[in-house]
Ligand binder design. Structure first.
Ligand code: SAH
Length: 486
């Protein structure tokens, strides 16, 4: 198994810095024994202008088989091992990725004591893997590496060059080139994507692999267009682990995108306040409408789902008829602000026992949310991409199943009444959709039918005879306790 990494230098930054970055001196060939065989690191070329490091892994088939015993599913030796014993010894694979992790561990972490500034600097890089097992072929290789800033050349390798009519093997010859990446980024891409392309792990995948994937994927995996495929294959199609990883990636993505979002939400509320004809700001009217509906339902234990900065949570806390209040949000930043608003750290024991803030995504079922009287989704659904909405619907109406669910969302028809809002614009940059009254009703009736709820509608804010109210609210009440999702 073989790969090379080449960089070029400038007069003040010689290419041989690569030796420092990899913590391997360009003048000597070095060997490292790993549990699968011996890794060799050497430099076929090393001068100030151009420097190439090569990693060659000699697999010890006997050690591998011995190690593999009892490690496969159900205790049987892993069938995936067979190929490493029979296959071309120079093919790159998950073993090569493990070797990268072992032999270049400091470089993967982006640590260099000799040149502390160097790891953070992008540099010209060329990575060559002459025989890369690639299930999915050159097309998939490009889909995986191109979004990361690589120029990709992936040529299928013929099964046998003497017999072209035999067609291509499952290998590609891969060349990656970029000027925009750091060495650490490059190594992390390889560490994750080589085994993904190989699609056959030589070891039994455990939940530790989720941590490894997220660590190596930091900064590039969340939001990668092939995130799902990468995660599924990296975790050898173990669905529970894949789900765990996808959930954590989603949290990262949302936490990353939300930073600006929180401020925008505040601005949006202010904007609504300014453009409101009546003296009471819309956000306040919304909270009043929600509190009213909760009181009518007789709820004592309430979930504030997508609680944001905690304004509703705070209002609930002021009313002693609510004995337990749980705010949930995916944004750590919003939760931090909410906890400051509520003064959670200075609260007396009695108050503190009534309220909790939980970090979590509503797109996943969460056992912590079961058994409550009521749940509020105030101005939350429109922040989810439409394809993600069914996941939230199931998590709330199918799994958590509170007796009452209140959902508020903008009524898009009302937008024409806002003079400051340009025609066709949404009220908030992060709104993925805004519905008409008809669209909201259709959605609500479908969800109610599917999960055994009844639903009624309340306008919030001035109910314009033509375009309706600015905010629409649906009140769901559970009718059939055991109603099943179809
Ligand atoms: N309920 C508050 C905040 C609405 S803004 C109010 O009425 O003022 C929407 C909130 O939903 C944001 O705080 C956002 O972080 C949160 N949110 C968006 N997607 C989410 C998800 N998948 N899981 C949990 N919270 C989410």
């Amino acid at each position: 198994m073989f790969l090379t990494i080449t960089t070029t230098g400038t007069p003040d930054r010689p290419a041989t810095d690569l030796g420092y970055l990899l913590h391997k001196h360009p003048d000597s060939a070095q060997q490292f024994s790993t549990s699968y065989g011996t890794a060799h690191v050497f430099y076929p070329e090393a001068d100030a202008r151009r420097c190439t490091a090569a990693l060659l892994l000699e697999v010890d088939a006997v050690a591998l088989v011995r190690r593999g015993k009892g490690k496969g599913r159900g205790g049987a030796p892993d069938a995936a091992l067979a190929q490493y014993v029979n296959d071309r010894p120079y093919a790159a694979s998950s073993l090569l990725a493990v070797a990268i992790g072992n032999v270049f561990s400091s470089a993967v972490r982006g640590v260099c004591r000799a040149l502390p500034e160097a790891p953070a600097r992008p540099r010209p890089l060329r990575v060559e893997v002459p025989a890369l097992p690639a299930r999915g072929g050159p097309g998939l290789v490009r889909r995986l590496f191109e979004p990361l800033g690589w120029t990709v050349t992936a040529e299928p390798v013929a099964l046998d060059s003497a017999f072209p009519e035999w067609g291509d093997s499952r290998y590609v010859a891969l060349v990656l080139e970029s000027d925009a990446l750091t060495l650490a980024q490059a190594l992390r891409h390889l560490y994750v994507l080589l085994p993904v392309l190989d699609d056959a792990k030589h070891y039994w995948v455990t939940s530790e692999e989720v941590d490894k994937l997220l660590r190596a994927g930091e900064g590039w995996l969340p939001g990668h267009p092939e995130q799902q495929l990468i995660t599924t294959r990296y975790l050898s199609r173990r669905w529970a682990l894949t789900r765990q990883a996808m959930e954590r990636l989603e949290l990262v993505r949302l936490a990353e995108t939300d930073d600006s979002e929180v401020e925008e939400i505040d601005n949006a509320v202010e904007e609504e306040t300014e453009t409101e004809e009546r003296p009471t700001p819309l956000a306040v009217r919304r909270r009043e409408a929600i509190l009213d509906a909760l009181k009518r339902s007789g709820a004592a234990r309430v979930l504030d789902l997508g609680c944001g900065q905690g304004q509703l949570t705070q209002a609930l806390l002021k009313d002693p008829s609510f004995t337990e209040i749980v705010g949930v949000d995916v944004s750590m930043r919003a939760l931090t602000i909410a906890s400051r608003r509520l003064k959670l750290d200075r609260m007396g024991e009695r108050q503190a026992s009534r309220v909790r803030l939980l970090h979590g995504s509503l797109a996943y079922t969460d056992n912590r949310l079961k058994g409550y009287d009521a749940a509020v989704l105030s101005e939350v659904i429109e922040h989810l991409d439409l394809p993600r909405l069914p996941a939230l619907e199931y998590a709330v109406f199918g799994a958590a199943r509170p007796r009452t669910v209140l959902v508020t969302t903008p009524n898009v028809e009302y937008n024409v009444r806002w003079e400051t809002l340009p025609a066709g614009h949404r009220r908030h940059g992060d709104h993925r959709f805004e519905w008409t009254r008809e669209e909201f009703r259709t959605w609500a009736h479908r969800i109610a039918g599917l999960h055994g709820y009844e639903v009624g509608f309340t306008p919030v804010g001035p109910d314009d005879p033509e375009v309706g109210p600015p905010t629409q609210m649906a009140e769901f009440t559970l009718v059939a306790k055991e109603a099943k999702a179809a």
